[in-house]
Write a new protein. Structure first.
Length: 191
């Protein structure tokens, strides 16, 4: 049985210069035994991956993604809110309400919702969503590294590290860069 009183929602990838923003919605089992749920950024990669596997096995999950072109078209905040709505709609069952990490509720949700600042540190379903979103996004960026070598995506995951900025300056943007972000726009070459 699942705890259909609520689903937790969180995102990963608002700050990077490249790659998608990934959101997850998670409904945990009633009386779940998942120990150590927390904000994904506060967990080691090993611990996060162990929890990721258990969450995939035990919970109901919906995923929402906004690709770089969409981020460029509507901005990162709107793309994140859109991806959150997609994640909720992708859930296999409807919860009674949605708990969202942060301070903004997506306007297109058709369920009651509440935003919780630092909810990924206090609400287990949001923590689980944080873990799913970050692990999935990290894995997508490792795949991107194979498709677009030379940028170091598997290391920095698209965030604006010195290595990433140097690669941008040397190579210019690749197809998964967010062209509306200032460091990427500055690295564009004349066509």
């Amino acid at each position: 049985m699942f705890d259909l009183t609520h689903a937790g929602v969180d995102e990963a990838g608002r700050g990077p210069l490249a790659g998608p923003v990934v959101t997850a919605a998670v409904i945990l089992p009633q009386n779940h035994t998942l120990q150590g749920l927390d904000d994904s950024k506060r967990l080691t990669d090993k611990r996060r991956r162990a929890l990721y596997t258990r969450i995939l096995d035990e919970a109901l999950i919906g995923i929402g993604i906004a690709e770089p072109a969409e981020i460029d078209r509507i901005n990162i905040l709107q793309a994140t809110l859109t991806a959150m709505t997609r994640a909720v709609r992708a859930l296999p069952m409807r919860p009674a309400k949605i708990l969202i990490d942060g301070n903004i509720v997506p306007p297109d949700l058709d369920l009651p919702a509440r935003a919780i600042i630092k909810g990924d540190q206090s609400e287990p379903a949001i923590s689980a969503a944080s873990i799913i979103a970050k692990t999935l996004r990290d894995d997508l960026m490792v795949l991107a590294d194979a498709r677009f070598p030379g940028y170091g995506f598997s290391g920095h995951k698209g965030y604006p590290s010195p290595v990433h900025k140097a690669a941008l300056t040397e190579r210019g943007p690749c197809p998964i860069h967010r062209l509306s972000y200032a460091p990427v726009a500055a690295a564009r070459r004349p066509e």
